[in-house]
Write a new protein. Sequence first.
Length: 567
Amino acid sequence: MPLLLLLLMIDVLWAQTPKLKQAWIYDTHDSLENASGGGSPPALEVTPVYAKGRLFISTPWGTIAALESTTGKELWRINLNINPKGNYGDFVSRGLTFHREKLYTGTVDGRLVCIESKTGKLCSGFGNKGEIDLTKGLRRAPQYVGEYEITSPPAIFRDLVITGSAIADNSRFDMASGEVRAFDIYTGALRWTFHPLDENTQAGGANTWSRIVADESTGLVFLPVGSASPDYYGGKRPGDNRHANSLVALDGKTGKVVWSFQTVHHDIWDYDVASPPELYEHKGRKAIAIGSKTGHLFLLNRLTGKPIFGVEERKVPQSDVAGESSSPTQPFPLKPAALVRHHIKESDIVTTEDRQSCIETLKNLRNEGIFTPPSERGTLVVPGNIGGMHWGGLTWAKRDGILIAPVNDLPAIITLIPKSNFREERSKHPDRETTEQKGTDFAMSRRFFTSPNGKPCAATPWGSLVGIKADTGDIAWKVPLGEWPNLGGPAISSKGLLFIGAEFSPFLRAFDPRTGRQLGQWQLPTSARATPMTFVEEGKEYIVIAAGGHRAPMSKLDTKIVAFRIE
């Protein structure tokens, strides 16, 4: 048999549709109602944690449960009694961390909790009877319950448990401060604190709300840092804003900065580093990938933070708003190319009965491509505030040398409102997100660029999956991921297949990492706004995903954890 034909046959066999059989479904039975303070309803976004035949899950309402990994049988269950009176914006819990028979998790009402994994009891010697109130000891404390949350699992580095925070956006200039803190893993004693902004600034935020990654091989802890407050006006926080919108590498033992790479200077677009960093290798050397809501993916030397393929500072449009000094340049990676569109033209408007309405809206906006500053006229922000790359992050298909990222391509319209017109504008447009940005001269209004019937004006795809060759930085492939934007990350199985939910349809999907070809899909109770995980037990591989829905009419909310066995 000719070698080429043999290789083709092997390729077809390797990439054939995997066989999945549903193993079990666990219902958390959490309430789908929001807390009394308003905000969004809870979203089940947890990625379960596996340890020695057990799975551990967390929910927004503070349910922590241990399950038998192959059957889903509940071994124990506790409730952390979340404050029901909070005004929770990002009402989620994306997971918890297992370490030496103890579990560590954060809560949306701002606590760090230690739990005995065998019994579900709180760790008696940790903090105050097993928990630490993280709203205490900050440079600037939150003003209400829900302003300061923990939505991502803490990181473990040797004898430290390290956590950031999720801080509400756009309420005021001096939001709660966004420091990252490391606590003794046994006692809960504070060991070090990292402050992302200068001590003399009154701005808040610049918080690390996405997943922190600890790397034992280098002794570094990597922080994906968000934007300083408020998101859309920076007149009260001049300059680049230090470590905001950066990937920061800290010495894990001391919390001292080893290197920092800023993805956006003086952010006025809500371009957080929402995507967790991904450790990978570039031609045998330690590397790290970090994505931004801009749709840029920066590939860096893990030890130094130096770009592997180069980064260019390019001139960008400047603000015309009184008091604002936007950055004259922004960093653009030379490779890979942007993963999403950076400019919307009339030709990009989808052909529908509302096309002319979309075009008229477009003509009235500032629209000079990515990094066009917010304006009183109204600015088309491309991509919008959900990315680009989002909190689902990316994964490395090591076998194939491919980095894979889910991305969104949904522009938004941002309008700055003179403070005297704030209440009138909010009353006039109840369908828009309008916030005061108290302490500045401008409120802001935010909405997606949609037609009168509610559909996005820009042509599809609004969500995609992208494969990038790790060694060269070239884009290997790009395929649509569902019909709408997506939220949730990918996972790689032991055989090298990529699994992802993330989009609005109620399916878990499998893809070939080399080509982006979809290999199969499996029904879920509702869509999975979560990242799946895999584990091997008794020689069988399982894949588990939370099916909680996307808070939209076409994607009902639910409270299910679903496990499949890969046959």
